[in-house]
Design a protein around this ligand. Structure first.
Ligand SMILES: Nc1nc2c(ncn2[C@@H]2O[C@@H]3COP(=O)(O)O[C@H]4[C@@H](O)[C@H](n5cnc6c(=O)[nH]c(N)nc65)O[C@@H]4COP(=O)(O)O[C@H]3[C@H]2O)c(=O)[nH]1
Length: 668
């Protein structure tokens, strides 16, 4: 190359990064020249003159090196790819992967530590594992890692709680804490003498927050009422157990309150289940917000709540709280723009004086609550031993009555009703009796109230109505007797949505003439739910069923409400009739009769026992009467015997015989 220096050629090759190897063949023989050429990238330097073999060897060497270099490069590339693949896999693992040295310090941790606990990897490398363990679990963590040192096998996985960097990660189950399932394997090296030395720990920690959350939810559901989010019966009993143990130690009393929402069923039935549910939620919230942290309010049934008040000084504390709860119900609850007023019947039992087991305390509070219900609701009562005797008696009656309805132990007696002026029998009132196989005949006063409390009045009332209609229909068809029939119904029956339809069905099936049946309901019962009463009674009245107000004068004694009700008859209560002693001093009963006449209602006096009463009633203008003066309630056969004897069907003849019966123990 006469015009170009070899170095220039090499610079050119270098600047264009030409993929070729250079062997310099030069006439320059100095050492400097040769090193310069090699420094600039020549693979070999041959001095001229050279032997061809020498050049061939040099080319072969360069080619061989070139081949080796290419192989080396490809191995390196593969290694790099494999390393980044492993790095990718490790760092993108859903689990935290770590390596501890023999002192328990992190030698490696994957990137998962950032998303899981908020730390950068470099903040953790070199730190002791305890930095990541929640303080509660430090001891367990040490145990886990030490256990691993005892053998080569992986430890059984342990559940631990880790702490996050900033204790406010919202994704964490319990703020700042991440539950993990951790497994670890000891790493050992084999010494020259074949013994093994521990050099560290390799392990994986898996986030189990979701599983724990699900477990926690299941646990919550087991111990809470999901509608109100209040504790349920199980949790209440647990807390009561604990509170009793605490009371035993401290010597302080505790109170249990059994709260039953009055008339919830009616609200639920009339306004619908949505309103009922909302009401329960709102009631729970209102009560809860006024209680102390340590008190436990639980929902234990549809409309029943239990309240545990631990550590009271004396029963005055419980009294104050019960009064406060009743005050809280004075404000209405507003649901769907509707104002709903509620009240509670509250029974209270005190530990240790009213029981030393949780069952007895709860039961006694329940008994006291029933006492309040029977006394007119909306109040509270403390349990007493006397209540228990009454309660167990009621329970016996309830159980017996339940059986009696299905085994036909009930029967009907009939008490005739007479026209005062001519003595004609106009109708009969059906009165239920319980023919107890051991106790003999039981009077309704002993079981009607229990039937009402227990809800048994519904099947009982249905049985009475059906049987009375069957009887009167038979008398009409077989004996040619035509009488009016009075049947008692209770408010609970009226409140039942299906009652009207059921009653109409029974009457239709028996094809009773219009106006034959008169349903009697007490003034007091109507007042319990005036709206419902008006609605149901109006429907019945439109179908030709007569309505009578029983025990008139004992309730509100106001005629104002009567104008809204489809009433045909007022039954003057026995107490007024029995007040008639002489013919002069009877202003109250005279006023009642005058009012009824003013409203154009039929009047029937109950409990007439003597001629003086008859005379006065007749003078005052009361048309009908029933009572022992004429007849006690009698069984069907006696009634029919009397009618046959007197030919006394619906006012054809006059009654001059007093009907009596030795079947009824009330006859004297
Ligand atoms: N001292 C006295 N008492 C007289 C006289 N005349 C009648 N009585 C009694 O007065 C009660 C009249 O029935 P009530 O006012 O409807 O009062 C009834 C009624 O409220 C209820 N009852 C009876 N049967 C039924 C029924 O089938 N359904 C419902 N819901 N209640 C019923 O039980 C109450 C008591 O019934 P009974 O024991 O049969 O008592 C009857 C009757 O025996 C009298 O001259 N003097």
């Amino acid at each position: 190359m006469p015009d170009l220096h070899g170095h220039k050629v090499m610079e050119h090759i270098d600047s264009y990064r030409l993929n070729c190897d250079i062997i310099v063949v030069s006439g320059e023989t100095t050492f400097d020249h040769a090193t310069m050429a090699l420094r600039k990238g020549a693979q070999d330097f041959l001095r001229k003159p050279y032997a061809p073999d020498e050049l061939l060897r040099s080319v072969a060497n360069v080619l061989e090196r070139r081949q080796l270099k290419a192989t080396n490069q490809s191995i390196q590339l593969r290694l790099q790819a494999s390393e980044s693949l492993h790095k990718f896999i490790v760092n993108n693992s859903p689990d935290m992967i770590y390596l501890l040295d023999h002192e328990g310090r992190f030698a490696f941790i994957n990137e998962r530590v950032k998303s899981l606990l908020g730390y950068d990897q470099k903040e953790i490398i070199g730190e002791h594992f305890s930095k990541l363990i929640h303080t509660e679990d430090i001891e367990r963590a040490h145990f886990t890692f030490n256990e691993r040192r005892a053998g080569e096998r992986a430890t059984r996985s342990a559940e631990l709680k880790l702490s996050s960097k900033n204790n406010n990660g919202s994704r964490f189950f319990d703020s700042g804490t991440v539950p993990v399932e951790l497994s670890s394997i000891g790493i050992y090296t084999t010494n020259d003498d074949k013994t093994k030395s521990f050099i560290g720990t390799y392990g994986v920690a898996r986030d189990i927050s979701e599983r724990k959350q699900a477990e926690e939810l299941i646990k919550y559901q087991l111990y809470h009422d999901l509608l109100t989010n209040l504790p349920n019966r199980s949790l209440f009993r647990d807390r009561l157990n604990m509170a009793m143990a605490q009371s035993k130690r401290s010597g302080k009393k505790l109170a249990i309150m059994y709260l039953d929402m009055d008339r919830f069923k009616i609200i639920n039935d009339s306004l619908g289940h949505y309103v009922g549910d909302e009401l329960l939620k709102m009631v729970g919230q209102r009560l809860r917000s006024e209680l102390r942290e340590a008190d436990t309010l639980a929902r234990v049934g549809g409309d029943e709540f239990n309240l545990l008040v631990p550590e009271i000084n004396d029963i005055q504390d419980a009294r104050n709280l019960a009064e406060k709860i009743l005050r809280l119900t004075l404000e209405p609850f507003i649901i769907k723009n509707e104002e709903i007023f509620i009240s509670f019947s509250i029974g209270i039992s005190i530990y240790p004086s009213d029981g030393d087991t949780k069952d007895s305390l709860i039961k006694h509070a329940d008994i006291a609550m029933y006492k309040v219900k029977n006394a007119g609701k909306n109040g509270y009562a403390f349990y007493s031993e006397k209540m228990k005797a009454h309660f167990s008696q009621s329970l016996d009656i309830e159980n017996g009555l339940r059986k009696a309805i299905s085994t036909n132990e009930l029967c009907l007696y009939y008490q005739p009703q007479f026209d005062i002026n001519n003595g004609y029998m106009k109708g009969v009132e059906a009165l239920v009796r319980w023919k107890h196989p051991e106790k003999g005949t039981i009077q309704p006063n002993e079981f009607i109230s229990v039937a009402e409390e227990s809800g048994l009045i519904i099947p009982l009332g249905e049985w009475v109505l059906r049987r009375a209609c069957t009887d009167i229909k038979r008398w009409m068809e077989q004996e040619g007797i035509s009488l009016q029939l009075s049947v008692n119904i209770s408010m609970q029956q009226l409140e039942m949505d299906q009652f009207v339809n059921k009653a109409l069905k029974i009457i239709k099936r028996h094809q009773l003439p219009k106006d034959t049946l008169e349903l009697e309901i007490t003034e007091h019962a109507i007042m319990q739910d005036m709206e419902k009463a008006i609605d149901a009674l109006t429907k019945l009245s439109h179908k030709g069923i007569r309505i009578a107000i029983d025990d008139f004068g004992t309730g509100y004694s106001s005629l104002g409400y009567l104008q809204n009700l489809p009433i045909n008859t007022l039954k003057i209560d026995r107490s007024f009739v029995q007040g008639i002693k002489t013919s002069e001093d009877n202003s109250i009963i005279d006023a009642i009769i005058a009012m009824a006449k003013g409203l154009n209602l039929n009047l029937i006096a109950e409990g007439v026992e003597n001629q003086t009463q008859i005379d006065h009633l007749s003078r005052a203008g009361c048309g009908l009467a029933q009572g022992f003066f004429y007849s006690h309630p009698v069984p069907e056969d006696e009634l029919l015997k009397f009618i046959k004897l007197n030919g006394n069907t619906n006012g054809q003849d006059s009654a001059d015989t007093i009907v009596s019966s030795d079947h009824d123990p009330s006859y004297q």
